[in-house]
Design a protein around this ligand. Structure first.
Ligand code: KIV
Length: 292
């Protein structure tokens, strides 16, 4: 691919952060204001996650329904809003499962139409050849193992992965295989902390944890979860840094009350006009048949 635009955090810098023991910070983003807030806060990587299905598109408990076109729309809004953070387009279910060709075609769409810097896809196994093909096309790929929500049905739900010795070993093998296939980073989701730490020590590429303990090279949370915009049950690994849904509801209720009682808009929110113009207007309208 081409040289990154001026001011953009270069993809190899993430490996450099790992080497220096500096943590990588990633958050999901789905719109321009959220992306700008994240950039202003110094976030390194913005993931336009397929969690959009649940947190912005209203699908209950599944990421599967979100489409390529919806993901491209969201990715475009994020990528045009920021300069420094690396923007990751999350390949939705169905966009890479069928063939390597499909995977490359859709990854290219993320870059050309969505303005993404890199793409992410879930799983190892059949995903390994997808990763190789996309990387060969010149697009960096972020892997994602552990709890992979697109295959939650096969995993028996949104469950912690790698809790037996055999399953933990499988995760280590998957991580190694994804590194060998060319991934430049790896998301580890809902994996016991000691297992995630071992994977982090085993691979040279940075690991970014979500529910995977503090031994990972970086951390990611879903924007709506960390800001308290998501309601209902949240996974154990979510730390809330604000309660924005409460603030938004309170503000909307106050607005509705003000409108219904006439308290809003008060004079300070009105536009005025010169007194003589107003008098002329009143005079004209009182003598004008249309205004009568
Ligand atoms: O889609 C997403 O938001 C993700 C994160 C949970 C890592 O994949």
């Amino acid at each position: 691919m081409s040289t990154p635009p001026a001011g953009k955090l270069a993809v190899p810098e993430l490996a450099e952060l790992k080497r220096r023991g500096q943590k990588i910070v990633m958050v999901t983003a789905y719109d321009a204001p959220g992306a700008r807030f994240a950039e202003d806060a110094g976030i390194d990587v913005l993931l336009v996650g397929d969690t959009a299905a649940m947190v912005v598109l209203g699908h209950e408990g599944t990421t599967v329904p979100v489409t390529m076109d919806e993901m491209l729309f969201l990715t475009r809004t994020v990528s045009r809003a920021v300069r420094r953070p690396i923007v990751v387009g999350d390949m939705p279910f169905g966009s890479y499962q069928v063939s390597d060709e499909d995977a490359v075609r859709n990854a290219i769409r993320f870059v050309k139409e969505g303005g993404a810097d890199v793409v992410k896809l879930e799983g190892a196994g059949p995903s390994l050849s997808r990763v190789r093909s996309i990387v060969e096309a010149g697009i960096p790929v972020m892997g994602h193992i552990g709890l992979t929500p697109q295959s939650a049905t096969m995993l028996g739900g949104f469950k912690t992965q790698g809790r037996t010795a055999a399953a933990a070993l499988r995760l280590v093998e998957e991580a190694r295989a994804l590194e060998a296939a060319g991934c430049f980073t790896l998301v580890l989701e809902a994996v016991p902390a000691p297992v995630a730490s071992r994977i982090t020590d085993t691979v040279m590429i940075p690991t970014i944890g979500i529910g995977a303990g503090c031994g990972c090279d970086g951390q990611v949370l879903v924007y709506h979860d960390l800001l308290g915009l998501s309601e209902g049950h949240l996974p154990r690994f979510v730390k809330r840094y604000a309660n924005l849904s409460r603030e938004i509801r309170d503000a909307l209720e106050a607005f509705a009350d003000d409108v219904r009682t006439g308290a809003f808009p008060s004079d300070e929110y009105d536009y005025s006009m010169p007194d003589d113009e107003l008098a002329a207007f009143e005079q004209a309208i009182s003598t004008n048949a249309l205004g009568a």
